[in-house]
Design a protein around this ligand. Structure first.
Ligand code: GLA
Ligand code: ZN
Length: 673
């Protein structure tokens, strides 16, 4: 079993994607000099270099890569070496146009960007194996090699191909998964709309159809597409393990990016030696540092709590959103160190030197177009020094307070068409629940619905539309054994084939919640409902209401208006040693906070009300000591109470009783042993 930590790194990783082939070699000397100045110790190279390394089939040119790897090595900089299989060369597509992917509408994509790959293509698989083998043999024993970086961000920009090779591959996948065509007919419910198949050969991918395509077919195709990409990752990984043993293999994830939710990272995390993640601030109106925290928590969670590595983020603005603001002074360090607080063993960027040409020339970098006499560069150098001071946090683990269930397969099912309301957005619920917990200063682990939850006093389930009977039993056991569960509407509705569980909703969760739902009653655009408690307190919901029938649960909050007036809105079910809450409407943020406050009290979680909003406090602990990260996202200086004395690692000052954290600053206390 290869190591899971990048080979030879003694400090937190600091560096980024380095694309030396975009620059004359005369620039390389300057690059390594500046890398040393900033304290860079790891760079990712070769990710898009296939056309340079293999200019024609079977003709290789490794000279430039030899030279740059040697130069990096001479300068003490280690290498995360890419297999360039996300960017096959033009000659490859000339010979194998069938390896270009086909969209759902039947459009075959063209060469000229990146990631144009049909993962079922035999020609692609063979060519990818050939270049990977060459790299493994040539560089596997190079002393600079720290990590293998397979491919790049599987799942984007193409998450599924609908070509004829994929159709044949899908049929093979179905044969393995189901055995017979009758089992597929049963699972997909093809009796509906006359979709019955007489043999597996009649089945196609869910291509563009006149109206809604069979949802179970689409769900299985999402599984198939994900599994097919994973097959290709595993093939490259196994080659690297065999030909270049001893160096961990990763591929960079994008865990919390809603645009990249076609990858089941629970399954992928089991296949990589080290979980790595890319994260970019999404400017969608939500607080970017909350989304960042969520991405980092999710990445740590798929890594089963083990250390992981932030392989890409940005020094300042990106260039692929409608508007791409620069980062504010200090924001880059807050971002980087928030990832470290939440388990990352370093902070890496896309990219080292800002490109002059190509699609990403307006994406920020460590060395910007403006050069080193720039704010970004000065902050990069400063960050390198800060990370240096945090070297001892390596190997410690982030300490979580509560868990949120998360399941990509449930997302895939939930986003299919013709649901009770298109205003219900499962991801919105997850984001809102996470934000509410973040604002309570709770650190969250994400958990697969079938995971052992017994370590968590509180588990929230924002929108788990697809939940199996096994999940229902897991949640019931969790509550019976003393856990506190909070479940939101439209959870536990269908099984793994998107079939409604028999009987009243929510089939998988009726027992644990102690209720049934007779009917959904989504609200009109802009419509709101009031819900009230016995003491007269009032909360607000929108988008969704339900006719809830308690079957053991008590009604704590009641609808005050709308079609469901006078019926239960929020219920509590005491079961065994624990409690299960159910929220049948989309609560606004203050209302959700009220319910989570009561549930947290049920769970015995002490309130941390003394901390102001947007003061992020996270713990890492382990053999290397106990650390408190405090990130001040506000424009106001603050003071955080400390339980214990220690040393602040970024200033070297002693910290006892309390910790002063200036506006926009980060402080990290290492407690005395
Ligand atoms: C992704 C890719 C990088 C680069 C960055 C910035 O994360 O992996 O190659 O494109 O985005 O846009
Ligand atoms: Zn295909």
């Amino acid at each position: 079993m290869p190591d899971t930590a990048p080979r030879g790194l003694e400090r937190l990783a600091f560096g980024g994607d380095y694309n030396p082939e975009q620059w004359p070699e005369s620039v390389w000397q300057d690059d390594v000099r500046l890398m040393r100045e900033a304290g860079v110790n790891l760079v990712s190279i070769g990710i898009f270099s296939w056309a340079m390394l293999e200019p024609a089939q079977g003709r290789y040119d490794f000279g430039w890569l030899d030279r740059i790897i040697d130069l990096l090595h001479e300068n003490g900089i280690r290498v995360d070496l890419g297999t360039p299989t996300v960017a096959p060369p033009a000659w490859f597509y000339r010979a194998h146009p069938e390896a270009l992917p086909v969209s759902q509408e039947g459009v075959r994509y063209a060469f000229g960007s990146r990631g144009a790959i049909c993962h079922s293509s035999t020609a692609y698989r063979e060519a990818a194996a050939a270049i990977t083998e060459q790299l493994a043999l040539r560089y596997g024993a190079h002393p600079a090699l720290a990590l293998w970086h397979v491919h790049n961000e599987y799942g984007v920009p193409v998450n599924a191909c609908y070509c004829d090779s994929c159709a044949a591959h899908f049929r093979r996948w179905l044969a393995t998964a189901y055995g017979t065509v009758d089992a597929v007919n049963e699972a997909w419910g093809t009796a509906f709309w006359g979709q019955r198949y007489g043999s597996l050969d009649e089945i196609e991918p869910p291509r563009a159809t006149p109206t809604v395509c069979n949802p179970a077919q689409r769900l299985d195709y999402a599984r198939f597409a994900d599994a097919t990409m994973r097959e290709n990752f595993v093939a490259e990984r196994d080659l690297l393990h065999r030909l270049a043993p001893g160096t961990p293999v990763t591929t960079n994830f994008m865990t919390a990016l809603s645009q990249c939710d076609s990858v089941d990272y629970w399954a992928w995390a089991r296949e990589v030696d080290l979980v790595t993640n890319d994260h970019y601030l999404i400017t969608d109106g939500r607080r970017t540092h909350v989304n960042l925290a969520m991405a980092a928590d999710l990445t740590r969670s798929v890594a089963a709590g083990e250390p992981w590595l932030l392989l890409e983020h940005s020094t300042s603005g990106v260039n692929w959103q409608p508007r791409n603001p620069a980062k504010a002074p200090g924001q880059m360090a807050r971002n980087s160190l928030a990832h470290v607080a939440r388990g990352s063993e370093g902070a890496m960027f896309f990219q080292w030197r800002q490109s002059r040409r190509g699609a990403e020339k307006f994406h920020s970098a460590m060395v910007p177009h403006a050069g080193t006499d720039s704010r970004v560069w000065r902050e990069v150098v400063r960050l390198g020094a800060d990370l240096d001071g945090l070297a001892t946090v390596r190997g410690t683990r982030t300490v979580a307070d509560a868990a949120m269930l998360w399941d990509w397969q449930s997302w895939w099912a939930q986003r299919l068409e013709w649901r009770p309301s298109e205003d219900h957005d499962a991801r919105e619920r997850a984001d809102t629940f996470y934000e509410a917990l973040y604002d309570r200063h709770l650190t969250i682990d994400f958990a697969h619905p079938d995971a052992d939850l017994s370590a968590y006093p509180l588990v929230v389930v924002p929108a788990l539309y697809l939940a199996t009977e096994a999940t229902g039993r897991n949640l019931r056991a969790y509550v019976e054994n003393g856990g506190t569960l909070v479940v939101s509407y439209f959870s536990g509705i269908v099984d793994a084939n998107d079939a409604v569980h028999p009987g009243a909703h929510p089939g998988a969760l009726r027992d644990v919640l102690g209720l049934t739902v007779e009917e959904f009653s989504p609200l009109g655009t802009g419509e709101r409902v009031r819900i009230t408690a016995a003491d007269g307190a009032e909360l607000t919901g929108d988008v969704w209401t339900e006719f809830v029938v308690p079957q053991g649960a008590e009604t704590v909050w009641t609808y005050a208006d709308g079609l469901t007036a006078d019926r239960p809105a929020v219920t509590r079910h005491r079961l065994g040693e624990g409690t299960a809450w159910y929220i049948s409407t989309r609560l606004d943020a203050p209302s959700l906070d009220t319910i989570l406050g009561v549930a947290a009290a049920d769970a015995g979680i002490a309130p941390r009300a003394e901390l102001p909003c947007d003061i992020e406090v996270v713990r890492r602990a382990g053999e290397n000591g106990s650390y408190l990260f405090v990130i001040n996202h506000t424009g106001t200086d603050t003071e955080v109470p400390l339980t214990g004395d220690g040393t602040e690692l970024l200033t070297g000052e002693r910290a006892a009783g309390g910790l002063a954290v200036p506006a926009g600053a980060v402080r990290v206390v290492r407690f005395d042993d």
